[in-house]
Ligand binder design. Structure first.
Ligand code: FES
Ligand code: FES
Length: 161
């Protein structure tokens, strides 16, 4: 099948590639960019494991074609920590608050929470649960994840003072 040229930024790196029109953004990130932190659970938009930021918005990368990401800026879970490896407030809080067990869902939660707290730095529990309603976790019962969201919000508000 004919490949289409695309140019996009992934975690700050400019990438030019040829992709088949049917290739999803998730497969592009995992198979062409080697960024396997973006996980595939359901592959039909239900679980949120494949969530990435596209021009800052949390999107399900299994529901998008790579050609649709032409000209955009994509951030995956690999691009969330500082360049020296220091975890982001969301990542640290998930670790501190036991917000993960097997970790399969975690990249998606990290990306959704990162976008949520950027747009709403002091969310209520209801807003946290609403904001995470598109991400499924089969291990944690969500309590630790919600606690991590609160903790990350506190940490961010302290560092921004
Ligand atoms: S793998 Fe994309 S939403 Fe489940
Ligand atoms: S930590 Fe296992 S699915 Fe969420």
């Amino acid at each position: 099948m004919r490949e289409h040229p695309i140019e996009l930024s992934v975690n700050g790196t400019e990438i030019t590639a040829g992709v088949e029109p049917r290739m999803t953004l998730a497969d592009f990130l995992r198979d062409k960019c080697g960024l396997t932190g973006t996980h595939l659970g359901c592959e039909h938009g239900a679980c949120g494991a494949c969530t990435v930021l596209l021009d800052g918005e949390a999107v399900r990368s299994c529901l998008m074609f790579a050609v649709q990401a032409d000209g955009t800026e994509v951030t995956t879970v690999e691009g969330v920590a500082e360049p020296d490896g220091t975890l982001s407030p969301v990542q640290s809080a998930l670790r501190e608050c036991h917000g993960l067990q097997c970790g399969f869902c975690t990249p998606g939660f990290v990306m959704s929470l990162t976008a949520l707290l950027r747009d709403n730095p002091d969310p209520s529990d209801h807003e946290i649960r609403e904001g995470l309603s598109g991400n499924f976790c089969r291990c944690t019962g969500y309590q630790g994840i919600v606690a991590a969201a609160r903790r990350a919000a506190e940490t961010q508000s302290v560092t921004q003072r």
